[in-house]
Design a protein around this ligand. Structure first.
Ligand SMILES: Cc1cc2nc3c(=O)[nH]c(=O)nc-3n(C[C@H](O)[C@H](O)[C@H](O)COP(=O)(O)OP(=O)(O)OC[C@H]3O[C@@H](n4cnc5c(N)ncnc54)[C@H](O)[C@@H]3O)c2cc1C
Length: 399
């Protein structure tokens, strides 16, 4: 065996060595270019500030136009100022954004995958023209209001109700855990009606709509979630998203967001692994680098095994999505596995950093805390397990 300790400052060489399976070569030039562009953005605009934002519980809303220029808002949508990029390109972008922070990737996901994709898929031509170009540019922020105080994993239990009053609709009820609403201009709101669940575009300054920020949080601190109260909020007929009737409306957007998480979680995990590897190569105890101890190497190896498997899984799902064959069960498998493994990687990386691992200047503890939210939103571990259980057995075990 040679004994030439890797240079912790040569990140490119560390990354090349960590790509044991050569997954990088499976990406196209375009996909690699997108990855490098988003990575450079994260290094310049997010990495230097994120520990402070997280500490202060601050979401940098001022980054929205820059993310628009980066082309990651509604990135896979066609027309209306959107870039029409592939699912794999969106995936590699989500990964790099979440290597910065889950809160930043969550912003991109709520804006693009949830709010914009709902308007793009279910809206009228006028609604698309009015909102999508400014949302793609990051000039207007949107949110997606599905969860309620009494309806989380089971959105069919929602009680927010929209009733007709002449040509108008009047919405009454409450929503909880809604990302970005306090800084958004427009909300995609899902409500029961006499015709089943329908979607509405509700301006966040509508009379009768009260928005309260939730917190303080121990997770996803560089991100905003809110509680909404609709006290007979009146919207015109033109606020209705005409294409969506029933829960397939919100579920189609959730599938988009869940797909992004399959990739995104790997970014938080990779950043945690890299922090641990570099620390292990620098830090010496008992007269040698802790990277030389078998127990540390086992941790690093276990992380890379899961990172590589997770990357193959994400890429496989991305190629399937681009081919139009991706199924809900496949998305559930990807989200369940990659978030579960990412949390383990972030936690294990924290241990390698020792006491310094609890300082926010080191990313693993922040990533681990953030991933607790990622594991819960867009379908909890349990819900995705039940989706897969039903797929395998044909028996629904939800109730
Ligand atoms: C940071 C953050 C951001 C969010 N952003 C948004 C947003 O922008 N828009 C939005 O609409 N929502 C959002 N959510 C809400 C999120 O989707 C819900 O928190 C999630 O669906 C879980 O719902 P709940 O919190 O009500 O938990 P519950 O549904 O009450 O679940 C509690 C526990 O019970 C388990 N459980 C539930 N049913 C079963 C079952 N049948 N079998 C076994 N176990 C079960 C769950 O898995 C979980 O472990 C966000 C949440 C967070 C934390």
């Amino acid at each position: 065996m040679t004994d030439a300790r890797r240079n912790p400052d040569d990140l490119d060489a560390l990354r090349a060595a960590s790509d044991v399976l050569g997954i990088d070569a499976l990406l196209t030039d375009e996909e690699r270019a997108t990855r490098d562009r988003v990575r450079a953005f994260v290094d310049a605009e997010i990495r230097p500030h994120i520990a402070g934002w997280f500490d202060r519980g601050h979401f940098p809303v001022e980054l929205a136009p820059a993310l628009g220029r980066l082309g990651v808002l509604g990135m896979t949508l066609d027309g209306y100022g959107c870039r029409g990029r592939s699912a794999v390109e969106y995936g590699v972008a989500a990964l790099e954004l979440e290597a910065g922070d889950s809160g930043i990737r969550t912003f991109v996901s709520v804006q693009g995958s949830l709010a914009m994709s709902s308007i793009h898929r279910w809206g009228t031509e006028e609604q698309k023209q009015e909102w999508l170009p400014r949302m793609a540019a990051g000039e207007v922020i949107g949110c997606f209001a599905l969860t309620e105080p009494g309806a989380g994993s089971d959105p069919a239990g929602m009680t927010t109700y929209a009733r007709r009053d002449g040509d108008d609709w009047i919405i009454a009820g409450a929503k909880r855990w809604i990302g970005l609403a306090s800084i958004a201009q427009i909300a995609v709101v899902w409500a029961q009606t006499d015709e089943g669940v329908r979607g509405f575009l509700v301006p966040t300054d509508a009379r009768g709509l009260d928005i309260a920020v939730l917190g303080p949080k121990g997770s996803m601190r560089a991100s905003v979630q809110t509680q909404l109260r609709f006290d007979d909020v009146r919207v015109p007929a033109s606020a209705l998203l005409p294409g969506a009737v029933g829960l397939r409306g919100p579920f189609s957007a959730l599938s988009e967001a869940r797909y992004g998480i399959v990739w995104g979680a790997l970014g938080a995990a990779r950043d945690s692994y890299e922090a641990a590897l570099r620390h292990a190569l620098r830090r010496e105890q008992f007269g040698q680098p802790i990277a030389g101890f078998q127990l540390t190497q086992r941790k690093l190896v276990d992380m890379v095994v899961e990172l590589q498997k997770g990357a193959l899984l994400a890429l496989h799902l991305g190629r399937a999505k681009d081919a139009g064959t991706l199924t809900p069960a496949q998305i559930s498998l990807g989200k369940l596995n990659n978030v579960r493994e990412a949390i383990e990687i972030a936690r294990e990386a924290r241990t390698i950093l020792g006491g310094d691992g609890v300082l926010l200047e080191n990313s693993p503890i922040r990533h681990a805390a953030n991933l607790e939210s990622v594991r819960t939103y867009e379908g909890t571990d349990e819900v995705h397990t039940l989706v897969l259980g039903q797929h395998l057995t044909g028996l629904g075990a939800f109730r």
